[in-house]
Design a protein. Structure first.
Ligand SMILES: Nc1ncnc2c1ncn2[C@@H]1O[C@H](COP(=O)(O)OP(=O)(O)OP(=O)(O)O)[C@@H](O)[C@H]1O
Length: 275
């Protein structure tokens, strides 16, 4: 189990990050800062607490900062300013060796693009993390076969990624993250490339698995329906800022502002409110 705290994180992309950071802290908006400095504000004073053992969804439109935010949790991206705490320790303090161990044992990631190794079989892909950390071939095989079966891919262990459909590839990605047995799984638009029925199946399967696993899952999506379906808690991002955090019920019943309300109205098929 692991809980994560993101504290006042800013991420500025571009050469004049210091100037842009000061402007963001002064409350200038993203477009203004881009115009004046050429820097893109990826995240703007994001603070979030992600509780252990839950599915926490980060939702927002394209460019709102979802991928940038989730990549801070395994330090694929470092903040321009702010802290990322994992069970109370700042992961920015980890040295290279500790960071490798952290990525191997504590947090794994499932990508929209599957990111499977094409010349390795399903089983080899699934057990890769276990093998890297020194698990014997026999033990890794046992772990791998268990997860391959759990995600519904029995009989496909010796196939190569190109022999699988998109939905099957994403099951391999999920089995790989589960086999790595980390406390936290980051899922970046993991189901977005799948067609609607397969996507709904994968959502169901994730919810079902989670009942037993109780992992800390951070799930990114641009789809409110998906967020409401699988999230215990949902954070909505706009222009790198958190505009609302709440349960699915909170988001539906009490949208924090017009931006969130428009998502909810669109979902319910009502005409948008203009005032
Ligand atoms: N490497 C980078 N260099 C420059 N700007 C970047 C970089 N990565 C992200 N950005 C900018 O940061 C902002 C947030 O991007 P991010 O990819 O996190 O959004 P997103 O919500 O994940 O979008 P999408 O749903 O399209 O993946 C955008 O304005 C983007 O242009």
């Amino acid at each position: 189990m692991a809980d994560i705290e993101i504290r006042n994180v800013y991420k500025i992309f571009g050469h004049d990050a210091k100037k842009a950071l000061a402007m963001a802290k002064d409350g200038l908006d993203k477009a203004d800062i881009l115009g004046r400095t050429g820097c893109s504000v990826g995240l703007n004073d994001v603070s979030l607490k992600i509780g252990a053992g839950k599915i926490f969804v980060i939702m927002g439109l394209s460019g709102s900062g979802k991928s940038t935010l989730v990549r801070h949790i395994n330090r694929l991206i470092e903040p321009t300013s702010g802290e990322v705490l994992f069970d109370g320790s700042n992961i920015l303090d980890l040295d290279a060796k500790a960071l490798r161990a952290f990525r191997m044992r504590r947090v794994s990631m499932v990508f929209q693009s599957f990111a499977l190794m094409p010349h390795r079989t399903v089983l080899q892909n699934v057990v890769y993390g276990q093998r890297v950390r020194g698990t014997s071939k026999a033990d890794a095989r046992e772990i791998g076969m268990k997860w391959i079966e759990t995600v519904g891919l029995s009989g496909y262990d010796a196939k190569f990624p190109h022999q699988l459909s998109g939905g099957m590839k994403q099951r391999v990605g999920l089995a790989r993250a589960l086999a790595a047995d980390t406390d936290v799984i980051l899922m970046d638009e993991a189901f977005s490339a799948l067609d609607p029925l397969i996507r709904a199946d994968m959502q169901d399967q994730l919810l079902q698995l989670q009942q037993n696993l109780a992992k800390t899952i951070v799930f990114i999506t641009h789809d409110l329906d998906e967020a409401l379906r699988i999230g215990s808690e949902i954070a909505i991002l706009k222009d790198g800022q958190v505009v609302q955090v709440g349960s699915p019920g909170d988001i539906l019943d009490n949208p924090a502002n017009d931006y969130v309300a428009r998502f909810v109205q669109r979902r319910q098929g009502r005409p948008e409110k203009h005032d």
